[in-house]
Design a protein around this ligand. Sequence first.
Ligand code: PEP
Ligand code: MG
Length: 883
Amino acid sequence: TRYVYRFGGGVSDGGKGDKNLLGGKGANLDGMASIGLPVPPGFTISTPVCALYYDAGESFPESLKAEVSGGIAHIEGITGKKFGDAADPLLVSVRSGARVSMPGMMDTVLNLGLNDATVAGLAQVSGDARFAWDSYRRFIQMYSDVVLELDHGRFEEALEIAKEDRGYHLDTEMGAADWQALVGEYKALVQELWGKPFPQDVHDQLWGAIGAVFGSWQSERAKVYRRLNDIPGDWGTAVNVQAMVFGNMGDTSATGVAFTRDPATGEAAYYGEFLINAQGEDVVAGIRTPQYLTKAARERAGAKPLSMEEAMPETYAELAAVFDLLERHYRDMQDIEFTVQQGKLWMLQTRSGKRTAKAALKIAVDMASEGLITQEEAVLRVDPAALDQLLHPTLDPKAPRDVLTKGLPASPGAASGKVVFDADTAEKWAAAGEKVILVRVETSPEDIHGMHAAQGILTARGGMTSHAAVVARGMGRPCVSGAGSLAIDGKAGILRVAGREVKQGDIVTIDGATGEVMLGAVPTVQPELAGDFGTLMLWADAKRRLKVRTNAETPLDCRTAREFGAEGIGLCRTEHMFFDSARITAVRQMILAEDEAGRRAALAKLLPEQRSDFVQIFEVMAGLPCTIRLLDPPLHEFLPHEEAEFAEVAAAAGLDVATLKRRAAELHEFNPMLGHRGCRLGVSYPEIYEMQARAIFEAACQVAEETGAAPVPEVMIPLVATRKELELMKAVVDKAAQAVFAEKGRTIEYLVGTMIELPRAALRAGEIAEVGEFFSFGTNDLTQTTLGVSRDDAGSFLTTYVEKGIYARDPFVSIDVEGVGELIKLAADRGRATRPGIKLGICGEHGGDPASIAFCESVDLDYVSASPYRVPIARLAAAQAAL
Ligand code: PEP
Ligand code: MG
C-alpha cells in the first residue's frame, strides 16, 4: 500500500481527492493542484498511517521513510531547492488534516528546515538577513510550542524583554542582529526546558513534526472536540508537508484568509482579511489588526488602511478569479488561505467554510437559485440542529442598552449571562444552572469546553477569523471578538472598560450581530421566519413524507407551533392544565375526596375550565388533528410536600391539616414512575377520564358550532400495558362522547388510541390495535422502561456511559435504535397486521431529534411530534430522511 500522495507542479497523486484517505486539507490541496491552481508543491501522508502508528506503539510503518524521501524529492525537483542545503535551503510547512477540520489538533509548523547553517543560506538567497533570522526564530518558537510542547509563554516573554531592552514597541523594529540574538536566547530556552539542544538535523525536525501531528490526534483537546462533534476516534489525521512560500518578503508580499461568501450573513460577497508583509499566523492570531480584502468592506467599516483590492489590484483580480473557480469546482462556499510572495499568488488551502445557520440557509437558497446546486442539495446542506440558532430571539431593538464597548460581530445571536474569565469556571457555573458569558483576551483550543458551556463568548483580541470567532460560529454560540478596549484581569476577576468595572458574576449582554457589549440583561424579540428560511422550509416540505406535529398545551405554544408549520398536535399533556393556580384547589379537592360523590363534585368544577382550554386549542389548530392525552402523573404530584405548605393548602381546600397529611402519606409512592399513574388512574377513578372526555367533546362541538371547522380529537390513553386496560378506558371515552353528542345534537369524528410506552404494550401491540385506533410512541417512558434507566436520575451516569461508548448518544436525546427502536418496529408491524393503515406517531422528546426522525422514516411512521421550537428542525430533518 501507498502512504504518501504528492501534489503540485502538474502532479496530483490523490486522484479523486478522497477526504477519508487524504484528510480534508490534503484532498483539497490535491484538488486545487488538479485544476491547475498555483499550489506550492508538497505531499500528504494518508490518514490510515495514523492508526498504524498507534497500533504499532507510536512507530511508523517500514516503508514510510522511503516514501517521505520520495515526497521531499518531488518538492526539491519543482522548487530547485534542497532540504537541508546550506546554500539554498528548501523550507517546508507541516500541518495536520483530518477528514473534518478539528481545532483541537496540532495545526501548523512553518519554516521547517531552518538551522544554524541553512539560516545563512536563506539570508543569502533572499538577500534579506532580517527576514532569514526572523523566520528562524519563528520556527524555533512554533516548533518548541507544538512539537516539543514547551511553555510558549517563556518564548513570548523573551521576545517582549528583547524589545523592551532595545526600547522597541513593535516586532517590525527588530533588525537582523536583534533577531539573531533572540535565536540564541530561544536555543538556550529549549536547552533549559527540554534538556536537549534544538534539533539541527532537518530530517529529525521533519520526523519530530510528523510524530507531533499524529500525537495530537490523541490530545485531550482533540478528544473533547471529537466527543462534542460526534467524530469517531478511529478516523485519524493526515499530515501535509508542503514547500514554504513567504508572505513576509517585503511590501509586494502578503498573506490572507478569505471566504467566497460572507460566513456570518451568507451574503454573496468576497469576505476576508489580509496583511502585507506577514506570515499566515499573524492574521489568525490577531496580533496585528488585519486589513480588508475588498474596497466595499473597507468603506463600510470606515477603515483607513487600503484593502487588497486597492493595494494589489492585479493580484486581487487573480484571487477573485480563483474564488469563482473554486466555488464552481466544489459547489460550496470556500474558506481559503493564500499567500502572495513578491507579487506571485499561491493558494495554501481551501475547504468548505464554516458558517452560521443564517449564512448556511442563505448560501443554500442562493446557490440553488443560481443553479449551482439543486433544491434537494440545498435541503441537505443545512444542518437541522443549527436552525435552532435562527428560531431563538434576538435583542429587542427598542429596549434600552447600556453599551460598554463594541467589538467585531463574530457570530450572530444575542446572549446574556454572568461574566466568567476562564473555561473551567464557565463549565462549573453552567453545570450549576447559571447562564455565563466567557470573557477571554483571546481563546485557544484549550477553552473549547468553556465555550460550549457558555451562552456566548467575548474576546478582547482577534479578528473575524480568530479561533474564538470560528469555533463560536461552528457551535452556534454568539460571539463578539476583538473588543480592544476591554482590559481583562482574569486573576483578579475584573474587567475594565471605558472607566467602568465589571466583576466576575456581573451580568452582561453581547450582540453577535452588531458587536455590542452591554451591561445587564437586554430583552429580546422573536425571530423573522420569512425569507430564506421560509423558502428552504417550502422546499423541505415538498420532499418529506412524515407529517410534523407539536407537543403543546397552551394556546400560545399552539400558535407558535403553527407559525413554525406544525400540522396538528401530537401530544397535549392535560395535567399541565391541572397545575394552573386557579384550578389546583379543585384538583386537590378531587384528590382528597373520600368517595366517588366527593370526586365528582370537584370534577364538576374542573369541567368548564378544561372545556375552555380545549376550545382555545381547537380554535388555534382549526380543523387539524389534535391528540389529547388523559391524565398521566400520579396524584400526589398535585399535593404539597413541604410542611410549610400544608396549612395554607388545607385551608384553601376546606379541610383540616391532619386529613391532608394523612392523604398525602397514603398517596406516597417509592417509585412513582412505575406507580399509580397513567391509565391506572383511569381504571381506579373512571370519573376523572369521563370528565376529561366530556370536556374534549363539549369543546369540539362548541368550536364546530362557532367556526364551522370541526376539530378532529384523538383521545389518547397513557401507560397502557394490556388490551383490557385500553378496552375499559375506551368504553369510558365512547360513553362520554355518545352522551355529549346526544345533548348537543351533533356528532364529531374522533379516535381513541393509546401511547406505546411500555415494553409489554409493544409486544402485545397486535391485540392492543384491535381496540386502539392509533398508536403514539411515548419514547421517553419507553426508553426508561426498556433500558431500566430512570429518566429523572440518568444524568449522573449516562455521560460516563456515552464517554465509554456503551451508548453512542444519550438514549433520552437520540433514540436507541437497537433496543427501543426494535420494540417500535415490532409494535408498528404487529399493530399494522391487525389494523392495516393504523395511524402511528412518536411524541417523546425524540420527535425533535434529527437522527431519531431518520429512524421514524425508516419504520414508516406517519408523523413525529416535537416541541414548538423544534418543529422546523423536524420538518427539515424529515425531508433529509426522505431524500
Ligand atoms: C413519553 O413518555 O414519551 C411521553 C411523551 O410522555 P411523558 O413525557 O409525558 O411521560
Ligand atoms: Mg410518558
